[in-house]
Design a protein around this ligand. Sequence first.
Ligand SMILES: [Zn+2]
Length: 74
Amino acid sequence: MATYHANGSVRGSCGHQHKSAAAAERCRQRDADACGRLGGGAYSDRKVERLDGRPLSQSEMAEIEAVQSERDGW
Ligand SMILES: [Zn+2]
C-alpha cells in the first residue's frame, strides 16, 4: 500500500503518511491556503508525492484531479 505526502523544496514535506493521493492533495491545499493568507505573493510549492519516491500512476493523478475539481465547484 503506497503512502503519500505533500512535498516541496521550499516548504518541505508535510511530515504525514497519507494513505491516499487524494488525502495528500487536501493536505497540500490547506498548506497553499495558509500561504495565500500570508499575502505578499507567498505560495506553497508542495506537490503530492509518493513516499517511496516512485512517480504517481495515472489513477493516482486522477484522484488528485478529482479533489481539485471538487474544490473548483465551491
Ligand atoms: Zn500531509
